[in-house]
Design a protein around this ligand. Structure first.
Ligand SMILES: N[C@@H](CCC(=O)N[C@@H](CS)C(=O)NCC(=O)O)C(=O)O
Length: 220
């Protein structure tokens, strides 16, 4: 890959989908520019370039890429070291679990922004059931092992970071994980690339964002 190509990542400071790319860019030591936009009032250039009006948007020179899982694939195929498995079946399985993680992020957003207690409890129950599905691939060692970073790690770390914050905002927000998931989550949250992948005042900003949405979990 041409090391001189300019990479620019367009972000909203709290977006977990963008955070996946930030983690991977750091793991691969790729230089890039990060530009934050206001998703409530996106600039005209962003509206022109982003087909779905969503971040992450990645500019590779003059070329446009979107969808977080596609951006992860592109970065992995273009820059060493490779973090996706070589084996095609294993790689496909990793991609499938990354999709599963994207659905979890959407449900988590529903939990975080729920405006009444019943909705919080309903989303929490759904998330706990979904997180239970991760037990089997983790036990099989499909991903999540210590010392073997994969794109699945980059895809799930933002999820676990937000679960951690939601539990601190209100104990009702504490989502329980089965043991192998808890161990994986703790390992991911200790990685320097994960810790450094959000703005310094992430917790405060996340709380303010949820307050603006009148979310139950941040109601005093
Ligand atoms: N499937 C997309 C989801 C990205 C996404 O939902 N981004 C949110 C911010 S975290 C967004 O841009 N929302 C703006 C909108 O939906 O208008 C991906 O994986 O990249």
């Amino acid at each position: 890959m041409d090391g001189n190509v300019n990479i620019k990542l367009v972000s909203f400071a709290l977006c977990p989908f963008v955070q996946r790319s930030v983690i991977l860019l750091d793991k691969k030591r790729i230089e890039y520019e990060l530009e934050y936009i206001d998703l409530e009032q996106p600039p005209e250039w962003f509206k022109r370039l982003s087909p779905m009006g969503k971040v992450p948007l990645m500019l590779v020179g003059d070329e446009v890429l979107f969808e977080s899982s596609v951006i992860l694939d592109y970065l992995d195929e273009s820059y060493d070291p490779r973090f996706h498995p070589q084996d095609t079946l294993r790689r496909a399985q990793h991609k499938a679990w990354i999709e599963f993680g994207s659905a979890l992020l959407m449900t988590q957003h529903g939990l975080a922004t729920a405006t009444d207690r019943e909705a919080v409890l309903e989303k929490k129950q759904q998330l706990e059931a979904d997180l239970g599905q991760l037990t089997s691939p983790l036990k099989q060692g499909l991903f999540g092992g210590a010392g073997q970073f994969s794109l699945v790690d980059a895809a799930y770390a933002p999820l676990f970071m937000r679960f951690d914050r939601l539990a601190r905002f209100d104990p009702i927000g504490q989502v329980s994980y089965p043991e192998p998931v808890a161990a994986w989550a703790a390992r991911l949250l200790s990685l320097p690339s994960v810790r450094g992948s959000v703005v310094d005042d992430f917790s405060d900003r996340y709380r303010r964002f949820l307050e603006q949405k009148d979310a139950w979990l941040v109601r005093a």
